[in-house]
Design a protein around this ligand. Structure first.
Ligand code: NAD
Length: 353
């Protein structure tokens, strides 16, 4: 399989099978002699394998990365990095592990190499979400952008089918909202459409054959395109709603994105159908929300928030919280409209037209 390298926002981005084994060349280029490898507890094996590849240039392995980047874990990791005199960070994992790498970089200035194993796209953004005292805040700072990304399709091949689908829809959500972003440009729209196309063709293949590395590579190119647009333009209703549901009701990140996306897009398509038309063009049909809903259903995605443990009685409160901090959206957000949207997403109904 051919490998390729691209560069945007000062990041070096490489795609290719087995690229994780090239990690030492990247460390040399960064001038790093002691790299701290990060992972979640669930991916210790991957982290240990990478540390073995790095050999005596590995300063150690820190395996306590946690969803939503809790500040206490970051402080522990910073202390660890300093105690082993790490001069770079290598994050192997999804958004949680890459988030920890960014949080360490913010506090220490250490350069990071990201080796993504999901499609969430955090590696391509200068955005960091952190949690303290149960409250998640988000900042944007060029200091947190990893210097290098190594996309190795063998690493996403181990993603279980359910996570493959939800993570892909999480990535597609960045692209879908980029299509109507207030600060969109021709370049971001083009990247968003490229990302959507990559998943529209690649995802059905990896669902059928999880070890199809050519299709996995295609989905990783999609993840990069979708993550890059997330870093370049502002998001709206869909991302804010998922933030509310995740933060206030402790719902899982990628699954929530997968379920809410068709409904949020159907809501906004009523006011900006022409901007969202690329979605139906890529996925088929004439209605972008319906197209996403059918695609998600065909891919075996979870379809109902009730299946994630959200109670119907919570929908009024979720509507209230989501309305509390107003933000820009292409269609005005009304309490009634939002409540209907949430009811449909909760029950697993098709989105309202
Ligand atoms: P994750 O990193 O939390 O991973 C979920 C679980 O899957 C973990 O247990 C992980 O170890 C495991 N896993 C990951 N890859 C695997 C693989 N290939 N094989 C087997 N198991 C694997 O999930 P995520 O959806 O990638 O990231 C979610 C987090 O990232 C959230 O906190 C979200 O807010 C953040 N995020 C941030 C940005 C940003 O730009 N700042 C963008 C997207 C997501």
């Amino acid at each position: 399989m051919a490998s390729s390298t691209t560069s945007i926002n000062g990041q070096k981005v490489r795609f290719g099978q087995g690229l994780r084994n090239d990690i030492c060349a990247e460390l040399s280029e960064l001038g790093s002699a002691k790299a701290l490898v990060l992972s979640t507890p669930q991916q210790v094996d991957m982290a240990m394998e990478l540390a073995t590849t790095i050999g005596d240039r590995a300063a150690g392995v820190f395996t306590r990365a946690t969803m939503h980047t809790p500040v206490d874990v970051t402080e522990e990791a910073v202390e660890h990095a300093q105690s082993v005199q790490a001069d770079s960070i290598v994050s192997i994992g999804g958004g949680s592990t890459i988030g920890l790498g960014k949080a360490i970089a913010l506090r220490t200035g250490l350069p990071q190499i990201a080796v993504p194993t999901t499609y969430a796209g955090s590696e391509a953004t200068p955005i960091l979400g952190q949690t303290e005292g149960g409250i998640k805040t988000t900042l944007t700072d060029p200091k947190v952008l990893p210097r290098v990304i190594l996309y190795d399709p063998e690493l996403v091949a181990s993603l279980p089918p359910a996570m493959t689908v939800t993570s892909a829809l999480n990535a597609m959500a960045h692209a879908a909202e980029a299509l109507y972003a207030k600060d969109r440009t021709e370049q971001t729209t083009e990247l968003a459409i490229d990302g959507l196309k990559a998943f529209a063709t690649g995802l059905p293949k990896v669902i059928e054959q999880p070890g199809d590395l050519t299709a996995r590579a295609e989905t990783q190119k999609g993840a990069w395109a979708c993550g890059t647009v997330l870093g370049l333009v502002g998001m709206a209703l869909h991302h804010k709603l998922c933030h509310t549901l995740g933060g206030s009701f402790n719902l899982p990140h990628a699954e929530t994105h997968a379920i809410v996306l068709p409904h949020a897009i159907a809501y906004n398509a009523q006011d900006v159908p022409e901007l969202l038309a690329p979605i139906s063009k890529v996925l088929g049909g004439t209605n972008p929300g319906q197209a996403l809903w059918s695609f998600a259903e065909q891919m075996g995605a979870p379809m109902a928030l009730k299946d994630l443990g959200l109670a119907e009685a919570d929908l009024d409160r979720a509507t209230e919280i989501a309305l509390k901090n107003p933000y820009w959206n292409p269609r005005p957000i009304t309490a009634d409209g939002l409540r209907v949207l949430l009811q449909n997403a909760w029950a697993g109904n098709a989105p309202s037209d």
